[in-house]
Design a binder for this molecule. Structure first.
Ligand code: F6P
Length: 539
């Protein structure tokens, strides 16, 4: 049955009529304890969702929709390894990567947990050797720089987490991340480095991704040029599911860390793709990181909907998206260490739920995944918050903060946090015409200084940024995206939308490189642009 024809959907549509007359301020007036009633907590994450345009009735109707679409059964299906990724006939089992030792999770009749633990142990041994200096470069130097070469999930996960957990990292080893095929990325990175002290991790699930392979070849040439061919063995390792391509590239598969096709790229930071992170923080903290994911997994599997953080975030997001008409969601971490979190969630959410056909291939007649964007507070306040407060668009925001600073200095943390609290208050309650009049505001300025309020936000407050809490936070969003994908009936685990551009680019590359003028058979715009590029690059 089409989603929008379901009685649960119709009830939500009807309910919208009632809700559209109510402001967030009215909801707080009606229930003075709303700020404690509409909250939930698990795995150290406290979620306050009270500043949304929802009532208890809205939630009840949303939970009814989740039940009708068998969310509980779909969660079990994911955790038990059913092939939910139907277009690629794959299980979706990133949750197995953080299952405790001794768990049993089967794919095609094989318990995958021992193999996961075996890779983790190899990663731990390697990280430890590198951190202690037992692993040496070709000329006997200790490795001081690790360059992770990857893109998308093979870059954003480890990059985000290294930045986020820098406080806990071994400062004698610096990590670098190269992703863009623009030669500037690798050139500027290598410029600073001593090849004798540098190790490259080529991270690619497929080991065929154009950008990663181009960067890996350039890095290899640089190393060979400076230290010699024999250096490759001790300066290059690979993380991949494709042993044949790894060995074709010239990396000994003894120095390869594997994972499996049932781990999607954007869900892979807990796999060997997290090797660079383990090098930075060590095995113990990496295992704490996995434990944070696992705590959220357990919570997602077993909690009632009204206590279930990912389900609450997912359903409220769906309400904002499909019923209130919000097109985007802003991710606003009030922590500099989470600088890359919006970018990470962009891939997680937009690559997962940026779909317009259902799992069975029918075109949807409703909105699916939102545009995800944002940057850390308080920087964004001085850039784009104007539009969130007074613009014509409705932009629901997730505010994320930690009660304890990892770098306490003077008043900084209280200043930061006062902004965190003030923003959601201002967005929810605004400032009325009457208030401005009472303050004696110049009447001409009143329209300009009025804040309508009624702008939805979630507040996520965590005691402290640790490997555990970061893992739980990422898993929270993974499962939020899953929840929404289930309701929309889409496959959140494929990404065919990135294919066409890749195919066209590989056809165009020879046209750019050909010495003779190529015969161009594109549209007139693409032909003219290519011709102009060919002329300009030669001068
Ligand atoms: O092109 C999209 C994508 O497949 C992402 O899903 C993935 O994270 C990224 O490319 C990198 O892929 P790989 O790890 O195979 O190099």
């Amino acid at each position: 049955m089409n989603l929008t024809q379901r009685p649960e959907w119709t009830s939500l549509k009807n309910h919208l009529e009632t809700m559209s007359h109510l402001q967030i301020a009215d909801l707080f007036e009606a229930d003075p304890d709303r700020g404690t009633n509409l909250t939930a907590e698990s795995a150290g994450i406290y979620l306050d969702y009270s500043k949304n345009r929802i009532s208890v009735e809205t939630l009840k109707l949303l939970f009814g929709l989740a039940d009708a679409l068998e969310l509980r059964q779909k969660i079990s299906a994911m955790f038990s390894g059913e092939p939910l990724n139907n277009t690629e006939n794959r299980s979706v089992l990133h949750t197995a990567l953080r299952a405790p030792v001794g768990s049993e999770i089967f794919v095609d009749g094989v318990n995958v947990v021992p193999a996961i633990q075996a890779v983790l142990e190899r990663m731990a041994k390697f990280s430890d050797d590198l951190r202690s200096g037992r692993w040496k470069g070709a000329t006997g130097s200790k490795i001081a720089h690790v360059v992770n070469i990857g893109i998308g999930g093979s870059d954003l996960g480890p990059h985000l987490c290294y930045d986020a957990l820098r406080h806990y990292s071994d400062r004698s080893i610096t990590l670098h991340f190269v992703s863009n095929v623009d030669g500037t990325d690798i050139t500027e990175t290598l410029r600073e480095l001593n090849p004798e002290e540098t190790l490259f991790i080529v991270a690619s699930k497929t080991f065929t991704t154009q950008e990663t392979m181009a960067n890996a070849r350039t890095a290899r040439d640089w190393l060979v040029d400076k230290v010699g061919e024999s250096a490759v063995a001790s300066h290059f390792v690979a993380v991949s599911t494709n042993a044949a391509e790894v060995s074709r590239f010239g990396i000994d598969t003894a120095n390869m860390f594997g994972f499996w096709d049932w781990v999607g790229g954007r869900y892979s930071v807990d796999s060997a793709i997290g090797l660079s992170l383990m090098i930075a923080i060590g095995e113990k903290l990496f295992r704490d990181f996995l434990a944070g994911f696992h705590a959220m997994d357990r919570h997602f599997q077993s909690s009632r909907w009204d206590q279930n953080l990912p389900v609450l975030l997912g359903l409220i997001g769906l309400w904002n998206n499909n019923f209130l008409g919000a097109e985007s969601v802003a991710i606003l971490p009030y922590d500099q260490y989470l600088n890359l979190f919006p970018a990470y969630l962009q891939q997680l959410d937009m690559e997962s739920n940026g779909k317009s056909v259902t799992k069975s291939g029918e075109r949807v007649s409703y909105q699916t995944g939102p545009i995800v964007w944002g940057q850390p507070g308080t920087n964004g306040q001085h850039a784009f918050y104007q539009l969130i407060h007074q613009g014509t668009k409705l932009i629901p925001c997730d505010f994320i903060a930690f009660s304890q600073s990892l770098n306490p200095c003077g008043l900084h943390h209280d200043l930061l946090m006062s902004n965190f609290f003030a923003q959601t208050e201002a967005l929810a309650f605004g400032k009325s015409h009457e208030e401005l009049q009472l303050e004696g505001c110049n009447p001409e300025l009143i329209p300009h200084r009025t804040f309508t309020g009624n702008r939805p936000t979630n507040s996520i407050l965590i005691e402290k940024l640790t490997p555990f809490s970061l893992g739980a936070l990422i898993a929270l969003y993974e499962h939020k995206v899953f929840t929404q994908g289930v309701i929309w009936g889409i496959n959140s685990f494929d990404q065919w939308g990135v294919e066409l551009g890749k195919v066209l680019a590989s056809r165009i590359t020879p046209e750019l490189e050909s010495i003779n003028e190529p015969e161009l058979k594109h549209d007139s715009s693409t032909n003219t642009l290519i011709k102009r590029y060919r002329q300009q690059k030669q001068t």
